[in-house]
Design a protein around this ligand. Structure first.
Ligand code: ATP
Length: 357
């Protein structure tokens, strides 16, 4: 699969001038409110015609302003899932799903229906109308409807934004299955680091209508420059690791990240499963000698790589621990008091419960 998107478009005072490519999996368009994510996804969908630009999918020219090619929305065969489910309120889930299948013509076979219903765990909801579904359930039906139209590409614009944390947690595993089992390329708009960290293979960061970073998720989200898009609160690093095992008594899972091991809470994953861990810089403490008798379970020895002073009196400290880099945000006061300088040995202290996975 290969997707190429180039778009230039003026919207009032806002100029969108963005380009990216994807080779499958989930590509996240990530950025703050107003950065142009929805505009870009609307251009891919064909809901908006850019002043100039191109959309190519697997060599097919879907749109090309120079060649005056513009495939209308309904002929693109792209699925679109919005923030709110937008189901037909007077139709049962089954009939909402059937609508998607009808769109696909003959390709929506009975087998496909069963497979997608199973994938999204919505078998027990089929006879209910949307008014009798929770937000998360509605969204699963909406995703099913989009999938049954046999899309070549799935466009998801903040599909979880309207849901509370519990519903998000309920639906994320289905999105992971969609990514891994259905193998449909997905362009996923979000401004949540947690979602992007969990789902995306590639991340495209948008700021003021322009792409400021793009590449492998771990690389882009861990770069200090991502802070602008993520906001200070969520800035940190994304690490990839493998589950080694779980201590069932304490419900703690050990994850190996390079040569280091981290213990994290609240994961139900079996040994060998690969996990992404997001560690926010604000959740990491630094010590100049190894702390003892401390409740935090992860103490990693490392060396300071860089120190960057931020405008708000804090310092972003990057520490190399084995082959992982951890970011810590501490006050300038602590930085001075501990006499932190590049090359110095420090201990990064990370609470198990603070690690997002
Ligand atoms: N029709 C329009 N006319 C003028 N400006 C517009 C129009 N549509 C969007 N904009 C502006 O374009 C910018 C990008 O909007 P867009 O909806 O693409 O951002 P976004 O990143 O999806 O934001 P959010 O996360 O809040 O949904 C915003 O500043 C918005 O005000």
């Amino acid at each position: 699969m290969s997707l190429t998107v180039e778009a230039h478009h003026q919207l009032g005072n806002f100029a969108l001038d963005a380009a990216f490519t994807s080779d499958g999996g989930v590509t996240a368009l990530f950025g703050r409110s107003g950065s142009g994510k929805t505009s870009l996804i609307n251009i891919i969908a064909g809901l908006m015609k850019p002043e100039s630009g191109r959309v190519l999918l697997d060599g097919d020219v879907i749109a090309d302003s120079e060649r005056r090619i513009f495939t209308p929305v309904h002929r693109r065969r792209f699925g679109y899932v919005f923030q709110e489910a937008r189901l037909f309120p007077h139709l049962s889930s089954r009939r909402n799903l059937a609508y998607g299948r009808w769109f696909a013509g003959k390709s929506g076979t009975g087998n496909e229906f069963t497979r997608i219903v199973d994938l999204l765990g919505i078998g027990h909801l089929l006879e209910r109308n949307p008014s009798a579904l929770s937000g998360g359930e509605k969204q699963r039906v909406a995703i099913g409807r989009a999938l049954l139209a046999a899309p070549r590409l799935l466009l998801m614009d903040e599909p979880l934004a309207a849901l509370d944390e519990a519903r998000k947690a309920e639906i994320l595993p289905y999105l992971e299955r969609l990514r891994d089992d259905a193998r449909i390329p997905i362009v996923y708009v979000s401004h949540s680091v947690g979602e992007v960290a969990r789902l995306a293979r590639r991340v495209v960061v948008l700021e003021n209508g322009r792409v400021t970073a793009s590449g492998a998720a771990a690389e882009v989200l861990s770069a200090p420059a991502a802070t602008l898009a993520t906001g200070r609160r969520e800035a940190g690093v994304l690490l990839e690791g493998e589950v080694e095992g779980t201590d069932p008594v304490h419900e703690l899972t050990t994850v190996r990240v390079g040569r280091e091991r981290l213990r994290i809470a609240g994961v139900s994953a079996t040994a060998g499963v690969r996990l992404r861990l997001h560690i926010a810089a604000r959740d990491v403490m630094l010590a100049t000698s190894r702390p003892v008798e401390i409740s935090a379970l992860n103490v990693l020895e490392g060396r300071i790589l860089t120190l960057t002073s931020e405008e708000d009196g804090s310092v972003d400290v990057r520490v190399t621990c084995g082959d992982a880099t951890i970011a810590a945000r501490i006050t300038r006061f602590s930085c001075d008091a501990l006499q932190l300088v590049p090359g110095r040995t420090v201990y990064a202290v990370i609470k198990s419960v603070a690690i997002d996975h």
